[in-house]
Design a protein around this ligand. Structure first.
Ligand code: SF4
Length: 313
């Protein structure tokens, strides 16, 4: 915490004390700002956050510095804990593109086609799925399904990723569903960065468009990209994902050079979590920040999430 301004350090220290006093664990997604990443008990991608939340037993409360669907997964996997979100307005816009009603309709029209859903959806919508995946295990899960045709919601770019790697047909539902942050990366910009740094490897998240996926050296979740950089014998990387991961890499891999693949790769929804909002939630534990999932939806999700975690090993 030593490089932060005094005001930030004071706030971080207050949160750390409140966290002990009110018996909280802080779980942060890799897209959080650095001042939140460094005070979190655990900072990772959505799969690892779900695995951590499932096993967490050192506190009675958890706060997710993330977006709703991640906190919902934590609440479902570890129902003995109280789970809070760092800002109740932190929603993933893509998750809203595949509502429960649409997923029910798809299952009714095509009951025989497996419905695989990205975890970036609401728990209510996910309850309609046959399988759940994250960006870290999408290929593994699709391989296990072992069918030539899959319906996949809600990211068309992730659908393309699975289809192109496994040579099967993956129908994107809805047709144009995507992450507004990753959709912005374009191959031309990345090729220009590469011209300036010819030795750099290109890494991208599978939520990036096909034209970006096709020029990469590695595609993976944020935790997989982090590991790739740490383990790599190369020193320079162009990274097509949200800025939070690049900041984490710059902080934790001092000998590597990290280049942005877009001018402003920022998820403003993730950034609705702030030190101030986290302090407020831990201190006051307001009802509207408490994450609850109706029992029937939670039960269906629990089965699917546990299956996904088991199949990710
Ligand atoms: S980066 Fe994209 S998919 Fe992730 S929370 Fe933000 S909008 Fe949703």
């Amino acid at each position: 915490m030593s490089n932060f301004p005094e005001k930030i350090k004071n706030l971080q220290n207050e949160i750390l004390k409140l966290k002990e006093k009110h018996d909280f664990l802080i779980l942060a997604h890799n897209y959080q700002v650095p001042e939140i990443q460094v005070i979190a008990d655990f900072c990772a991608d959505s799969l690892k956050l779900a695995e951590f939340a499932k096993k967490a037993d050192s506190a009675n409360n958890m706060i997710f510095a993330a977006v709703w669907f991640m906190a919902e997964s934590g609440a479902i996997l570890n129902p003995t804990k109280k789970v809070y979100i760092g800002n109740y307005e932190a929603f993933c816009p893509m998750a809203r593109g595949a509502p429960e009603k649409l997923m029910k309709k798809i299952k009714t029209i095509n009951p025989e086609i497996p419905l695989m859903m990205y975890i970036n959806t609401t728990a209510a919508a996910r309850a309609q799925a046959d399988y759940i995946c994250t960006s870290a295990n999408a290929l593994k899960i699709a391989k296990l399904i072992n069918k030539p045709l899959i319906n996949f919601a809600p990211d068309k770019n992730m659908a393309y990723y699975i289809q192109s790697k496994l040579n099967i047909t993956v129908n994107p539902i809805p047709l144009k569903g995507c992450c507004i942050v990753h959709e912005k990366f374009d191959a031309k910009y990345i090729k220009n960065v590469k011209k300036d740094h010819p030795k750099a490897l290109i890494l991208a998240h599978p939520e990036c468009r096909p034209e970006v996926q096709e020029i990469t050296d590695f595609i993976g979740s944020t935790s997989q990209m982090f590991k790739f950089v740490v383990d790599s014998e190369f020193d320079e990387f162009i990274i097509a994902t949200e800025i939070g991961l690049l900041q984490k890499l710059e902080r934790e891999t001092k000998n590597k050079k990290i280049y942005k693949a877009h001018d402003k790769p920022i998820c403003y929804n993730m950034k609705k979590n702030t030190l101030e909002s986290i302090k407020y939630v831990i201190e006051k534990q307001p009802e509207e920040y408490l994450v609850t999932v109706p029992e029937e939806i939670a039960e269906k999700n629990k089965v699917l999430l546990n299956e996904m975690i088991k199949n990710s090993q």
